[in-house]
Ligand binder design. Structure first.
Ligand code: SAM
Length: 211
């Protein structure tokens, strides 16, 4: 989110002033510390600077985040919802260790070391959330999103960050995005917007859907 008084780039207000997550630039305005949210490192920041409009994240929002990695984007969402909760699922142990270290300092992140292909393992812990966000570079990424969507409240917002080349290296990204949109609609989602993330994230698109 751009902060008036700073430049037009995205920043989030640092939940833990003085603490850095990934060596990001910090700026101060009126005594408040903000962290630069890099669109080259976060698809949600790329979505915002690419004129994506939907942004339901609020102070108390609940979020299921699939493909949390080392917590770069998770940490910015954590800045935005100080009284909310982010259930952050990651399957790989190395990035998960870094995610854990971040979660120890930020009380609104619940890290879950699991495979998002198996939501039945963590769905009781998560319950129902208002926002589901997925950034998993796997061939079956749309299927994983649909499989986890039982945890998204009716009327909730889903973000699926699609990496076209992961689904099919031979097809054009445009064709893959169309296919992905059709699969989401067939699963009962309504597409709110689809935003291409080039040049920040090559051959990626953000699908925003409503359940
Ligand atoms: C592109 S990175 C995510 C970057 C992160 N969302 C960010 O913006 O900070 C994709 C992550 O998805 C994880 N991943 C891949 N398959 C997964 C699965 N089946 N379940 C959970 N995480 C998975 C990978 O280990 C990797 O850390």
């Amino acid at each position: 989110m751009s902060v008036s008084g700073l430049d037009s780039k995205p920043y989030t207000r640092n939940l833990i002033p003085g603490e850095s997550v990934c060596w990001e630039v910090h700026r101060k305005l009126n005594g408040i510390e903000y962290r630069y949210w890099d669109p080259n490192r976060s698809k949600l920041a790329a979505f915002l600077v690419s004129r994506g409009k939907t942004f339901p994240f609020e102070v108390k929002s609940t979020v299921l985040y699939l493909g949390a990695a080392n917590g770069t984007t998770v940490s910015h969402i954590s800045d935005i919802l100080p009284d909310g909760r982010i259930f952050a699922v990651e399957v790989a142990k190395n990035p998960f260790r870094e995610l854990l270290a971040i979660a120890e300092k930020r009380g609104n992140i619940i890290p879950i070391l699991e495979d998002a292909n198996h939501p039945e393992i963590y769905e009781r812990l998560v319950g129902q959330v208002e926002i589901m966000y997925q950034d998993i570079s796997q061939r079956n990424q749309t299927e994983i999103f649909i499989r986890n969507s039982g945890m998204l409240k009716p009327g909730g917002t889903g973000y699926l960050m699609v990496k076209a080349r992961c689904i099919d290296v031979t097809a054009s990204p445009t064709r893959t995005f169309e296919q992905c949109g059709m699969e989401l609609e067939s699963a009962g989602f309504k597409t709110v917007e689809m935003v291409k993330l080039d040049p920040y994230q090559k051959d990626h698109a953000a699908f925003v859907v409503r359940k």
